[in-house]
Design a protein around this ligand. Structure first.
Ligand SMILES: [Zn+2]
Ligand SMILES: [Zn+2]
Length: 175
């Protein structure tokens, strides 16, 4: 959905660029032609021979038409190009910014997640709660340092398990 939008978006930009690069020089040419017509229209030799009846040829609307078209095309071209390149800049900025924001968010989330997970595993694993007196012992303790009871269950496979374990953590055998 998002990719399709971006694709359509970039296609629009491409079209705008094509229009811009076509309209801009075309408008310039039309403007120049209009200006040439404008100056030729005022030259004494212009038009008189082509008009056998010496009817005053309306040069004005002709040249103004061209100049207006040229100006409009230049304006459209500039608008299209500025929009197309503004979009590119915006897209570049967002594509540069998005991963940074994403990474920062991920970093924060991961950091928090790891910290919490570490804290939980620390509580869960680094402390061995004696099932007889409730005292916390080191993970590698075999006997409780508060009451002296054996706080590990040795499985037949040789694995030491917590005293309250029901199954061996290594082989799954019932303890
Ligand atoms: Zn104990
Ligand atoms: Zn076992």
């Amino acid at each position: 959905m998002k990719n399709k939008y971006l694709q359509d978006h970039s296609r629009t930009k491409k079209i705008l660029k094509v229009i811009g690069f076509t309209a801009l020089p075309l408008g310039g040419i039309l403007g120049v032609v209009g200006l040439i017509d404008f100056f030729e229209g005022f030259s004494p030799s212009g038009g008189n021979f082509s008009n056998p009846y010496h009817f005053p040829e309306p040069e004005g609307p002709d040249l103004f038409y061209l100049i207006f078209i040229g100006m409009a095309l230049v304006f459209i071209g500039l608008a299209c190009l500025s929009y197309a390149y503004m979009g590119k800049v915006a897209r570049y900025t967002s594509s540069e910014m998005a991963p940074v924001v994403k990474d920062t968010a991920n970093y924060l989330i991961d950091g928090t997640k790891n910290e919490v997970a570490g804290l939980v595993s620390k509580i869960k694993n680094n402390l061995l709660i004696c099932p007889y007196c409730g005292d916390s012992n080191d993970l590698d303790s075999i006997y409780c340092d508060a009451c002296g009871n054996k706080i590990t269950k040795k499985c037949l496979c040789g694995q030491e398990n917590n005293a309250d374990s029901k199954y061996c953590k290594k082989c799954g055998r019932e303890l």
